[in-house]
Design a protein around this ligand. Structure first.
Ligand SMILES: [Cu+2]
Length: 492
């Protein structure tokens, strides 16, 4: 577990341990490999884009593992540079930790990374002289304040098209600093010198700086549990949730944004991690009277959750005087978009009717105009007391013809196994289907999945199955794909 502390609160022994570990990695050549990994990444693939935060989370996580290795301390965490209290006179710049500002020529002459003790490298790995710093000399004389951090912490969503330095509103873009009070970029510019180019990890404060950036992202994730990483799909290559990130080697965890979204799972703990007051997502009860809600501030997005106990047709409906826009996510994933609607309901209201399998779903409701405010009511109901039954597949029976008729649609089938044996469930036709298998006797546990194991991009799952009821879910490989297919199950 990595325990990350405010750099200004480290004890003398903790300072000595951190400095010794950095110097040991430098002597091994490992530290410079990190400088090169950052310097040789494609600038626009790891900055000014959604992967900015996950890329740097993985980057400092990897250095932290190396620091733990050379120190022999499995709890060593990269201290964070708490900007509001991290100015020129802060103790983190003392000679027992980072050393201080550069001299009149910018050369760092104090502390463990001073000229003669520490040599930086250029992007080719060649020695390039002493570490340089010029606090507050490049256009920013002040570091971010707590009020500015709080302001950025309130921004949603995570990111948005065009997924670059123009994205707005975008939490990622405000943390990075292209819009809003400017947090991350300002830290680099405030230090100046070696912290300005792509070789900026040459200055160990880089890692403390990004520890702080990562802490803010972590706290934002706790505060907005329903706001996930974006884009889930459809964004530029290298930026989607399951794309490989640029210049990120395979390692103890994967190299995709989705692999690093959970700091707790990575074993990262912050010293001030008081339990965060987490806003509860209001729950809609299926079949209950409509809940009153309003968009009190232009641009606000309301989020609701509802639970579907069993497969069936459901209608999510908004009513009232506002022109609502609704997006449905799920099951059991607040980032997996099912569909959206603007005006299918009465009086420009949004309304969605959909076959839904069991699970938790999320509705995000905003107004069509980002400049409007207004009230509305929202409700979820099943279509009739007898919801559409799940079509049943008969083992060794006829193939069933079906169609993925809309983006993100998934079809659910059930079948009953009475004898313990091997069974094959497969699709056929010209559509690139993906299938998951769930059970026994529940739609939730996934026991198998396949994309192209069948003929011509079709899905095939062959499994030993004990008696019970099972469910097969079929969707298109592409979230926007549609097309016809047939499905059957055979014993053997
Ligand atoms: Cu960077």
């Amino acid at each position: 577990m990595a325990i990350r502390k405010d750099a200004n609160t480290l004890t003398t022994a903790e300072r000595a341990e951190f400095v010794a570990a950095i110097l040991a990695l430098k002597a091994e050549g490992v530290y410079d490999q990190f400088v090169l990994r950052h310097a040789n990444a494609i600038m626009s693939a790891i900055h000014r884009c959604p992967a900015f935060l996950p890329w740097h989370r993985r980057f400092i996580f990897d250095l932290e593992r190396e620091l733990q290795r050379v120190s022999g301390n499995p709890n060593l965490g990269i201290p964070y540079w708490n900007w509001p209290s991290g100015g020129t006179t802060a103790s983190m710049w003392n000679d027992d930790l980072l050393g201080g500002n550069g001299d009149a020529g910018g050369v760092v002459r104090t502390g463990p990374f001073r000229a003669g003790q520490w040599t930086i490298i250029n992007a080719s790995g060649v020695a390039a002289g002493p570490l340089m710093r010029e606090f507050g000399q490049n256009g920013f004389s002040n570091l971010p304040t707590q009020a500015e951090i709080n302001q950025v912490m309130a921004v949603t969503p995570y990111d948005r098209s065009p997924w670059d330095m123009n994205s707005n509103p975008s939490f990622r873009n405000q943390v990075e600093g292209w819009v809003g009070p400017n947090l991350h970029n300002r830290g680099h510019v405030w230090v100046g010198g070696s912290m300005l180019p792509m070789t900026s990890p040459n200055d160990p404060v880089f890692f403390m700086h990004h520890s702080m950036v990562d802490k803010i992202w972590h706290e934002w994730q706790l505060r907005f549990p329903n706001q996930g990483y974006l884009p889930a799909a459809g964004g530029p290559f290298g930026q989607n949730m399951t794309d490989l990130m640029n210049n990120t080697p395979s390692g103890p965890v994967g190299s995709r944004p989705i692999d690093v979204l959970d700091s707790a799972a990575l074993g990262i703990v912050y010293d001030d991690a008081a339990p965060q007051p987490q806003p509860q997502i209001p729950v809609l009860v299926v079949g209950a009277t409509p809940s009153q809600a309003d968009i009190a501030t232009a641009g606000e997005i309301d989020v609701f959750r509802f639970d579907v106990p069993a497969f069936g047709a459901h209608t999510m409906v908004t009513t009232g005087p506002s022109d609502t826009f609704m997006t449905l996510f799920g099951p059991n994933d607040a980032n997996l978009e099912v569909t959206s609607d603007d005006d299918a309901g009465e009086n420009f209201n949004a309304q969605i009717t959909r076959n839904l399998s069991a699970g938790a779903y999320y509705l995000r409701i905003r107004l069509f105009s980002p400049n409007s405010t207004g009230n509305y009511a929202v409700a979820v109901r099943t279509e009739g007391t007898n919801p559409n039954p799940i079509p049943e597949l008969i083992i060794n029976g006829a193939s069933v013809n079906a169609t993925i008729s809309a983006a993100n649609e998934s079809d659910v089938y059930r079948f009953t196994v009475t004898a313990d044996d091997t069974y094959t469930i497969e699709t056929s036709g010209a559509t690139d289907t993906v299938m998951t298998l769930h059970g026994p006797n529940s739609q939730i546990p996934e026991i198998g999945s396949d994309d192209d194991g069948g003929d011509s991009f079709n899905a095939r799952i062959r499994r030993q199955l004990a008696p019970g009821e099972y469910f097969a879910r079929v969707r298109h490989y592409s979230p926007i794909g549609i097309g016809a297919y047939t499905i059957r199950i055979i014993r053997g």
